[in-house]
Structures are given as structure tokens and as C-alpha cells.
Design a protein around this ligand. Structure first.
Ligand code: ZN
Length: 116
């Protein structure tokens, strides 16, 4: 399970931060996730509840801010969004070129966290 491994490393990071900052308890975690990662908020939350049981992060709320998948055309430089669910080909909308560079969509990081 990919999500489970990701959620575990997420827990490690926030617990380490908690130690460094001398905090008691983690209340919520704000994540930034690119849509290409295909992580459902519901599953991240569920896995997090499972892995954080008995830790100071138990019960923390996960909030995800999704970033769109976007590309830049290597021919003409046009930047465009790609819909993972409905678009099948990565194609520049202005010149039809298929050689495009990924700009956003693979992110997965902690933006902030709330702790006491
Ligand atoms: Zn183009």
C-alpha cells in the first residue's frame, strides 16, 4: 500500500518536528499534494489515524490543498493544465506538440502544522 508508506513517513516528519519545537500535541497538518499523486484525502486521514495511534499526533486532522497537474510545451512554451480524469493525451493546446514538461502535479509536502 503506497498511501500507507507515505502516511508513515508523514508521521515520522511531524513527530520529529514536534520534538525539535518542544511541542506537546499535534492538532492538524496541512499538506500540499499534486493531483498526479492521486492521494485521496479520506484515505490519508484513515491511514494517519491508524499509524498515529498512541503517538502525540493521534487525532490530528489532515487537510490537503491539491495542486493541479500542469505542463509546459517544449516547442512553444504554452503552459496548460491537464485533467488526470478526462484527458488521455498530454498535448499542447496551441501547437499540438506532445513533448511537454511537467510543471506541477507531483508535489507532496507539509505546508504547515498546528500543534500545542
Ligand atoms: Zn506548443
Amino acid at each position: 500500500m503506497h498511501e500507507l508508506a507515505v502516511t508513515k513517513s508523514l508521521l515520522d516528519i511531524v513527530l520529529q518536528k514536534k520534538e525539535e519545537m518542544n511541542l506537546e500535541k499535534i492538532l492538524s497538518i496541512q499538506l500540499v499534494v499534486g493531483k498526479m499523486q492521486n492521494y485521496e484525502e479520506e484515505w490519508i486521514q484513515r491511514y494517519f489515524e491508524y499509524v498515529s495511534e498512541g503517538t502525540p499526533a493521534e487525532g490530528a486532522k489532515i487537510q490537503i490543498r491539491y495542486l493541479p497537474v500542469s505542463f509546459a510545451c517544449k516547442e512553444c512554451g504554452t503552459e496548460f493544465e491537464y485533467n488526470v480524469k478526462t484527458d488521455d493525451k498530454i498535448l499542447c493546446p496551441s501547437c499540438g506538440n506532445m513533448d511537454c514538461k511537467l510543471l506541477t502535479g507531483r508535489e507532496f509536502y507539509i505546508e504547515s502544522m498546528e500543534a500545542v
